[in-house]
Design a protein around this ligand. Structure first.
Ligand SMILES: Nc1ncnc2c1ncn2[C@@H]1O[C@H](COP(=O)(O)OP(=O)(O)O)[C@@H](O)[C@H]1O
Ligand SMILES: [Mg+2]
Length: 335
């Protein structure tokens, strides 16, 4: 297969994307596919740029914003039309919210993962939670901005989570213990999205269900280490969080959370793969926080770990994502 691995872009998750891309490229080349790397901000990479990509690592804090994307220009200069598949190693922003998916649909270029609608539904946490509720999947109570502090307190109470509606990697998110801290947390979240969500805090365990080709993989548990939240530093600092696959759950609970994960994947109209994040409270109830349509794809990322625990090694995973995209090619470009 001829594959262009698209990564980078201007989102807060650019570093995470480069980390995924370098591993995906390596795996697909190992399987003898013809692979080029295309940075959404810079176009097709030459050998020297590629070496830099492979050597790069995720910093403790997210990077500043890079130049915006000019896909038409990049597609023309990078030969995206000449490959069979665009592998989306993007995370966050226009790579994950349906924008790139729409542009690729318009250009008639096949790509991995969910389509434009599913991507947009999952990216908008407020809309995604409404879909979860409609599908009977429990999700913590929430309120959207603008909301008066009294209304937030009455509807949700403390402690609560304040987060940008569209963002990933726990950027701009705060655990707020009292009314005093609400304004500052709201201002922080508003830096990343005009819409801010106030959500009931669910103490307990952090679990994740990865979906591949319509089936749930091994459930994972994340022990964030330093704090109660799985924050950016915990996510991307080696050894900062402990991740356990399969999670230590009873068979009945495992089945239940996997079924909920699949329900969310279907309710949001996602394709091929996704990772659905949950909290489990002290009574053992599951609460869905969000679905990730383009979760991290380094071998050590959560979804690849779930795949490995379910008997699917990383190169095979990458190849299966390409094959699924190729199989769907006709349906997306015909509409
Ligand atoms: N309502 C909540 N209750 C408890 N923890 C939460 C809640 N919302 C978010 N978190 C914590 O913050 C992390 C990131 O939140 P999430 O909604 O998944 O946003 P992101 O898109 O940034 O990953 C979660 O993995 C969890 O550790
Ligand atoms: Mg998350």
């Amino acid at each position: 297969m001829r594959v262009a691995v698209l990564f980078g872009g201007a989102s807060e998750e650019r570093d995470v994307s480069a980390a995924s891309a370098s591993k995906v490229i390596e795996a697909l080349r190992e399987r003898r596919h013809d692979v080029v790397a295309v940075d959404l901000s810079r176009g097709r990479l030459g050998p020297a740029d590629e070496r830099e990509l492979f050597a790069s690592r995720i910093d403790r804090l997210p990077p500043g914003r890079a130049a915006a994307t000019d896909l038409a220009d990049i597609a023309a200069r990078s030969g995206l039309n000449e490959v069979d598949i665009v592998f989306l190693a993007l995370h966050g922003g226009s790579g994950e919210n349906g924008t790139i998916q729409s542009l690729l649909d318009l250009a008639g270029i096949a790509y991995t993962g969910s389509g434009r609608l599913g991507s947009a539904l999952a990216w908008d946490k407020d809309v995604a939670k409404r879909m979860m509720r409609a599908a009977g999947v429990p999700t913590p109570d929430w309120l959207m901005s603008p909301a008066a502090a009294d209304a937030v307190e009455a509807a949700i109470g403390y402690p609560l989570i304040v987060k940008p509606n569209g963002q990933g990697s726990t950027v701009g998110l705060t655990l707020v213990e009292s009314a005093r801290e609400l304004e500052r947390a709201t201002e922080l979240a508003a830096r990343f999205d005009a819409e801010v969500m106030f959500e009931r805090y669910i103490p307990g365990r952090e679990l994740t269900v990865s979906i591949l080709e319509g089936k749930a993989l091994a459930v994972g548990e994340i022990l964030p280490g330093a704090g109660p939240l799985f924050d950016y530093t915990a996510k991307y600092t080696a050894g900062a969080a402990e991740e356990i696959f399969p999670a230590d759950l009873s068979a009945a609970r495992t089945e239940r959370i996997q079924a909920l994960g699949l329900d969310v994947h279907r309710a949001l109209k996602l394709d091929d793969y996704s990772r659905v994040d949950f909290r489990m409270d002290e009574e053992g109830r599951f609460w869905c926080l969000e679905a990730n349509t383009l979760p991290g794809l380094s071998p050590g990322s959560l979804l690849p770990q779930a795949a490995t625990a379910s008997g699917i090694e990383f190169p095979e995973l990458c190849e299966r994502l390409c094959a699924a995209a190729l199989g769907r090619r006709r349906t997306r470009t015909d509409d």
